[in-house]
Design a protein around this ligand. Structure first.
Ligand code: NDP
Ligand code: OXD
Length: 306
């Protein structure tokens, strides 16, 4: 069996030894133009040339949960795309979102400013009942985050494409129920895949429907958010703040206003990192299953784009 690896992050030296160890019977190499035909490709943001040159692949493994970069390319007909299915990301996402939510709700930034100034002061506790949390996307990551947030006794709303039942979560589905979902939420967490339907969803019209004092946490993709609409709603006071991990252009350009906005916290696309050993183990297991003709989780549905 032949496996080729390619990542736009140029980290083959880190992945190839692990893939070789996990796939002892396979010949695993870095993809270069003109490489011999392989059975499987393990990729992150590959070039169109890789896909065009390897139409015989049995599957393409994406070393992330989001497949938006791959879906913009012309995929070889009939070749399944398999994305990472959790692989240690959901607990990281739960940590990140709970941290951002609690930091805002408990006003820890203001306390830190006070104590740095040598001030021993108290604020009137905010009411949890005034901070219902809405999670856009109730998939592998969104559902895990919903459960973690519910543990802290916040009311949790969730929105998905198809109707869902998640214990402890008030579930909404489809565009028809988006206004009710937004009106019922004050903190908005975005964990949607980026598709034509979800691009620019966090826009002026939708973000205006959050309760006054709303807070946005975007941990999915930068292109869900219309940057200038967020800035306008922060500046008008309708939104109280935002924690952003993902951006339309990454790294975030030095001149971008998000860097210095007093109500915005920026992190460098780090909310849920791809964990190499967990991911390699999952990919190797799935290759073994596919070789036996068995089903695997995480297959992308090309008609939905995720
Ligand atoms: P899943 O595919 O498991 O879940 C996606 C969820 O979004 C599903 O509940 C789906 O609904 C819902 N959804 C999709 N399209 C629509 C729509 N048009 N309207 C309403 N709901 C919709 O993905 P994951 O949870 O694994 O990952 C989510 C995203 O998180 C990834 O695509 C990626 O972009 C991002 N991500 C970011 C990381 C980071 O470090 N910042 C790390 C990892 C992922 P349904 O259940 O009905 O299908
Ligand atoms: C992913 C990511 O999609 O890292 O896994 O953003």
């Amino acid at each position: 069996m032949r496996v080729v690896y390619f990542s736009a992050d140029q980290d083959a030296d880190k992945w190839l030894p692990g893939l070789r160890a996990a796939l002892p019977g396979a010949e695993v190499s870095l993809w270069v133009p003109g490489a011999a035909p392989a059975d499987y490709a393990v990729v992150w943001k590959p070039s169109q040339q890789l896909l065009d040159e390897q139409p015989q692949l049995k599957a393409i493994f994406n070393t992330g949960a989001g497949v938006d970069a791959l879906m913009q390319l012309r995929l070889p007909a009939g070749v399944p795309v398999v994305r990472l299915d959790d692989a240690g990301m959901s607990v990281q996402m739960a940590e990140y979102v709970c941290h951002a939510l609690i930091r805002h709700f408990r006003e820890f930034d203001a306390y830190e400013a006070d104590t740095r100034a040598g001030k021993w002061s108290f604020r009137k506790p905010l009411s949890r009942a005034d901070f219902p949390v809405g999670i856009l996307g109730l998939g592998v990551l969104g559902e895990r985050v919903a459960r973690a947030v519910a543990q802290f006794e916040f009311a949790v709303n969730g929105w998905s494409r198809s109707p869902k039942v998640v214990p402890g979560v008030q579930c909404f589905a489809g565009m028809a129920q988006l206004p009710d979902f937004l009106a019922a939420s004050r903190v908005l967490v975005c964990l949607l895949p980026l598709t034509p339907d979800t691009r620019d969803l966090l826009n002026l019209a939708n973000l205006s429907q959050l309760s006054p004092g709303g807070y946005v946490i975007n941990v999915a993709r930068g292109a869900h958010l219309v940057d200038e609409d967020l800035l306008a709603l922060l500046d008008s006071g309708h939104l109280a703040g935002a924690t952003l991990d993902v951006f339309r252009t990454e790294p975030l350009p030095p001149e971008h206003p998000f860097w210095t906005h007093p109500k915005i916290t920026v992190t460098p696309h780090t909310s849920a990192r791809t964990l190499r050993s967990e991911s390699i183990a999952q990919i190797a297991e799935k290759i073994a299953a596919l070789e036996l003709g068995q089903p695997v989780a995480g297959k992308v549905d090309p008609s939905r784009g995720y």
